[in-house]
Design a protein around this ligand. Structure first.
Ligand SMILES: [Zn+2]
Length: 247
């Protein structure tokens, strides 16, 4: 049964060492998650990022061949702000990622390489809380990530991965979905909020193409209001909320 929307969010589990965040595009983690990631790396936990694309179709005035490398650089810089040095790209095509076994296999391979206990992804449902239509890339990558957490532990689903030396990893204990309309857990966003703003600001080319607002106030306003809204169910502290699926 789904929790009522006013019930308190529980603290995220903290008995883990390694997390892997798997999303479709550069900036997906910076629009809300980065404050939690800063808190985790501050506590000595390892977090790595895997992006299905380089976000090369994300800027109208910039051709994909120029946009992809630029957004990759911005993503690496933005990860570094919150203590993440491992950033990988799976090279699916931005905008037309297909949910299917190829995507599941690529994500399962990444999970086997990194051997995380916690996997993070972004809203895999059709809409953002019924109000806005989600993009097909987010839906495909979110779903495939939830599936791949199990695929990674099964020797027989993608036997070619074992042949490549990637042994099964059945140690994923949770998949946490950010941006969910039905969150269950949260992390205090306070200590990481300034770095989350700087992390989002590293996507400067993208933000400048998106809005005429001053990039810094745009980033700060967006992240502060999101964290305060989540905090209403987390003791009034600014928060990053997740829907947690145990395994
Ligand atoms: Zn995205």
């Amino acid at each position: 049964m789904t929790q009522p929307r006013t019930s308190p969010l529980q603290p995220m589990p903290d008995d883990w060492r390694r997390a892997l965040a798997v999303v479709a595009h550069p900036d997906d983690l910076e629009y809300g998650c980065a404050a939690a990631i800063a808190a985790w790396t501050d506590a000595g936990r390892e977090v790595a990022y895997v992006l299905a694309t380089r976000g090369e179709a994300g800027i109208d005035m910039l051709e994909p061949e120029k946009c992809g490398p630029l957004r990759e650089r911005e993503q690496r810089a933005s990860a570094a702000v919150v203590g993440v040095s491992e950033v990988e790209f799976l090279d699916h095509r931005d905008g037309v990622i297909e949910y299917g076994t190829a995507l599941r296999r690529d994500i399962a391979a990444a999970i086997r390489r990194h051997r995380p206990e916690l996997v993070i992804t972004l809203n895999h449902r059709d809409t953002w809380d019924g109000a806005l239509w989600n993009t097909p890339d987010h839906v495909a990558v979110g779903r495939a990530t939830l599936d791949a957490a199990a695929d990674a532990g099964n020797r027989w689903i993608f036997p070619e991965l074992t042949e490549q030396g990637l042994e099964p990893w059945n140690g994923v204990r949770w998949v946490a979905v950010a941006g969910s309309a039905t969150p269950t857990h949260a992390v205090n966003a306070g200590p990481g909020l300034d770095r989350a703003v700087r992390s989002l600001l590293e996507h400067r080319t993208y933000i400048e193409a998106l809005t005429d607002e001053d990039p810094e106030s745009y980033a700060r306003d967006f992240l502060t209001s999101t964290a305060e809204a989540a905090g209403e169910r987390f003791g009034g502290k600014p928060a990053v909320a997740f829907e947690l699926f145990g395994r």
